[in-house]
Design a protein around this ligand. Structure first.
Ligand code: HEM
Length: 511
C-alpha cells in the first residue's frame, strides 16, 4: 500500500513537473518579441496567436485579417505573432512590405514552404523551393511566360472554348441553373491540361476525370495534413529525415506517371507541341544537368495547380458579382462587342489586350476574392527593419496579409462593394502599389500572371458575349468562404442562370 502510494506520488509529481516545464517553455517562448523590441499580440497556450487548426471558424485570410485589424487599431506598422511557440512576423505598413518583397528581397528569398526532394520529388517545385536553386529555376522558366509564348499558346486555349460553351448552352436550353464554379473548374482544367501536358483532360465529358479529382485533392486542407505541414515547416530538417511528404502519395503517383508517359511518348514518336511540357523537355535535352525528369514533372505539377484553380476562382467570383450587378455586366458586354467588332468578331490575342474595362472587373474580383488570401516569406539572414530598432532573425516566417490589405478602408472605401472603377488608371495611380497583391510582388511574383489573366479574360469574354447571367435563388447568400481550402472558395455551389444574348439586343451600358 505504501509502495503503491509512493508510485502514484511519483507519477503525479512527474506529471506536475512536466506540465510546469511545458508551461514555462511556452511562457519563455512567448517573450521572444518582447526581448526584440517588437510589440506582439497576446498568445495563448497551445496555438500561440494562431487559430486552433482543428476548429477553424473562418478561412485563413480572415484569420489573419483579424490579427491585422487588431494591430492596425493599435497603430502598429508591424508586429509579432506566434505559430504555437514559433515567432512569426506580420507586416501592416505597405512601405515595410515593399522592402520585404522587393527592395530587401535578398533577406526574404524563400517562401518557407516545406518540400522533400528525395521522398516526394513533386513537392520540389518553383513555388516551394528557395535559395540559389529557386533563382536558377526561375531564370530558366521566365522565358516560358513571355508574351510571345502566350501568343503561341493562345490557339490551344481557344480550342477549349467549344466544350465550355456547350455546357452553358445545355443549361440554357433546359433552363436549369448552372454550378458555375464546377463548370469553370472543368474549363481551366482542360486549358491547363492542354497547355501544361498537351493532353485532353476530358473534364466536361468524364464526370470524375482523374485530372479534376487529383487536382482538387492536391489543394484540400485536412487538419491532420495541415498539422503535418506546420510541423514540417517549423522543423524541415527533422521532417525530411522522417520522410514527411507534402503531396499526397496517390496525387504524386498520378502526376508523375502522366508526365513520364507523355515525355516518353513524345520522345519516342518525335512529337512536338506548343505547350509548357515541350519547353521543359527542350530544357531537359539541352543539357543533362539542366533539369531531371522529376524536376520537369514537379514544374508541370505546379503549373497545373497554379493554373486551374486560381483562374477558375477569379472567373467564378467575377461572374457572380456581374450577375449581382447587371449594369456592370452590360458595361463589360458593351466593351466586348465593341472590341470584337474591330477584330472581325474573333477572340484574338490582340483583341483581349484591348479590353481595359474587363481588366478592371477582373482586378476588382481579385481584390475581393484573392485566390491566395495570405502569402509568406522566410527570413534567410538577420534583417534590421529600416528606421526601427528591430531585427528579424534568420528563420522567422513573415506573413503578408493579402486579404486584410484588400479590405482595408484606408485603401478601399466600402470594401464590401464590388466597384471596378477602383481600378481605372487615375484611381490606380493614386493608391500604393502594394495595396493590390493578388499575384504577389517582387522577384517572387506569380510567374504565370500573363497566362492567368489571358485565360480568365478569354473565358469571361466568350461567356459574356453569348450569355447574360443572373444569380439563381439556390445560391446560399451572403457567400461564406470554405475554411478547408488553400485557395479562396465559396462554401457550397454558386448557381447562376444563363440566358442567351440575342444579336442586336445588347443594352448600351448606362452608368
Ligand atoms: C488568376 C490566376 C493566378 C493567380 C491569382 C496567381 C497567384 C499567385 C500568387 C499570389 C503567387 C505568389 C506570389 C508571391 O509570393 O509574391 C503565385 C506564384 C506562382 N504562380 Fe500563380 N497565380 C495565377 C495563375 C498562375 C498560372 C496560370 C501559373 C502557371 C501556369 C502559375 C504559377 C505560379 C508559380 C510557379 C508560382 C511560384 C513563383 C515563384 O515562386 O517563383 N500561377 N501565383
Amino acid at each position: 500500500m505504501v509502495l503503491f502510494n509512493c508510485g502514484c506520488c511519483n507519477i503525479v509529481a512527474a506529471l506536475i513537473t512536466l506540465v510546469v516545464v511545458v508551461v514555462a517553455y511556452f511562457k519563455w517562448s512567448f517573450q521572444y518579441w518582447k526581448r526584440r523590441n517588437l510589440p506582439n499580440l497576446k498568445p495563448t497556450i497551445p496555438w500561440g496567436t494562431s487559430t486552433d487548426p482543428f476548429k477553424p471558424d473562418v478561412y485563413v485570410g480572415l484569420q489573419v485579417k483579424r490579427l491585422y485589424d487588431e494591430m492596425k487599431v493599435k497603430g502598429w506598422k508591424h508586429g509579432g505573432l506566434f505559430s504555437i511557440t514559433s515567432p512569426t512576423y506580420l507586416v501592416v505598413d505597405l512601405d515595410y512590405l515593399k522592402n520585404i518583397m522587393a527592395k530587401d528581397f535578398q533577406y526574404f528569398v524563400d517562401r518557407g514552404f516545406y518540400y522533400n526532394e528525395k521522398d516526394d520529388p513533386l513537392s520540389a517545385h518553383l513555388f516551394a523551393i528557395g535559395g540559389q536553386k529557386w533563382r536558377n529555376l526561375r531564370t530558366k522558366f521566365t522565358p516560358t511566360f513571355t508574351s510571345g509564348k502566350m501568343k503561341m499558346m493562345f490557339q490551344t486555349l481557344v480550342d477549349c472554348l467549344p466544350n465550355l460553351l456547350g455546357k452553358i448552352e445545355s443549361g440554357c436550353d433546359t433552363q436549369t441553373p448552372i454550378d458555375i464554379k464546377e463548370v469553370l473548374g472543368c474549363f481551366t482544367t482542360d486549358v491547363i491540361g492542354s497547355c501544361a501536358f498537351g493532353l485532353d483532360c476530358n473534364t466536361f465529358k468524364e464526370e470524375n476525370s482523374p485530372f479534376r479529382e487529383y487536382g482538387r485533392k492536391a489543394l484540400q486542407v485536412q487538419p491532420l495534413l495541415m498539422l503535418r505541414l506546420v510541423f514540417a515547416m517549423l522543423c524541415p530538417n527533422v521532417a525530411k529525415r522522417l520522410g514527411v511528404t507534402a503531396v499526397p502519395k496517390d496525387v504524386s503517383g498520378f502526376f508523375m506517371k502522366v508526365v513520364k508517359d507523355t515525355i516518353h511518348y513524345r520522345e519516342t514518336n518525335k512529337v512536338s507541341r506548343n505547350d509548357f511540357l515541350q519547353i521543359l523537355i527542350d530544357l531537359k535535352n539541352q543539357d543533362s544537368n539542366a533539369l531531371t525528369i522529376e524536376e520537369a514533372a514537379a514544374q508541370c505539377f505546379v503549373f497545373f495547380l497554379g493554373g486551374f484553380e486560381t483562374s477558375s476562382t477569379v472567373m467564378t467570383f467575377a461572374l457572380y458579382e456581374l450577375a449581382r450587378n447587371p449594369h456592370l455586366q452590360e458595361k463589360v458586354r458593351h466593351e466586348i462587342n465593341t472590341v470584337l467588332d474591330k477584330h472581325d468578331g474573333k477572340i484574338t490575342y490582340e483583341a483581349i489586350q484591348e479590353m481595359k474595362y474587363m481588366d478592371q472587373v477582373i482586378n476588382e474580383a481579385l481584390r475581393m476574392y484573392p485566390p491566395l488570401s495570405i502569402l509568406t516569406r522566410k527570413c534567410v539572414k538577420n534583417y534590421k527593419v529600416p528606421d526601427e530598432d528591430v531585427i528579424i532573425e534568420e528563420g522567422v516566417l513573415v506573413i503578408i496579409p493579402v486579404l486584410a490589405i484588400h479590405y482595408d478602408e484606408n485603401y478601399y472605401p466600402e470594401p464590401e462593394k464590388f466597384d471596378p472603377e477602383r481600378f481605372c488608371d487615375d484611381n490606380k495611380k493614386a493608391r500604393h502599389q502594394y495595396a493590390h497583391l493578388p499575384f504577389g510582388e517582387g522577384p517572387r511574383l506569380c510567374i504565370g500572371v500573363r497566362f492567368g489573366m489571358m485565360q480568365t479574360k478569354v473565358g469571361l469574354t466568350t461567356l459574356l458575349k453569348h450569355y447574360r447571367f443572373t444569380v439563381n435563388g439556390k445560391t446560399q447568400e451572403p457567400l461564406k468562404m470554405k475554411v478547408d481550402s488553400m485557395i479562396t472558395a465559396a462554401e457550397g455551389e454558386i448557381w447562376l442562370n444563363a440566358e442567351k444574348v440575342k444579336i442586336g439586343e445588347e443594352i448600351i451600358a448606362s452608368e
